[in-house]
Design a protein around this ligand. Sequence first.
Ligand code: GDP
Length: 196
Amino acid sequence: MKIKSAEIVAVTARPDQYPPDNMNEVAFAGRSNVGKSSLLNLITNRKKLAKVSGSPGKTRTINFYEINGKFRIADLPGYGYAKVAKSVTENWGAMMDEYFQNRQSLLKVVLLVDIRHEPSAQDVQMYDYMKHYELDGLVAATKADKLSRNQINKSTAMIKKTLGMGKEDKVIPVSALKRTGQDELMSEIAKIVEQG
Ligand code: GDP
């Protein structure tokens, strides 16, 4: 799938600010600093669509992008930043609950994990959460440029195991730095969106 247009349509802190629940949606989730903004910028071919590493821990928003006028990508707030106030963390949980539970158009959540590390307890929790809502099955392993081909294979197997992923589920290594993996990721997303 070629991305011909990518527009930010909403930066939201509350459900009543979300765009209408009427267009297929795929969300991107992951801990702060995992490389989510960089990946979103890469796949949308924009330098600054998603802000790269502003100040983690500030107000949490879900940002919606409309792609090719056909589907949306929802950029979920990163988790796991140690210095975030407790109230912000609690609000994050409530926000995710509400969004996962009620968003009819949401077809899949792409979980981003750093390819160099075993998924954290929070990553596992997030993936379990995705399973609960049947939104699991697709993981992007970021910063793949940091590892050799051989290490990448080992690491993707380890990620699959730690997250308890199924045989058909996919871990796609990506690098925003080297600009690799995005075509495979986008073709998976295209399949999801086309099947609706
Ligand atoms: P976010 O907090 O998940 O949105 O992460 P960012 O996109 O802001 O990236 C966090 C840090 O990781 C920044 O210092 C990026 O330069 C770095 N980073 C992001 N993607 C890559 C990548 O593909 N390779 C490498 N080596 N570093 C990356």
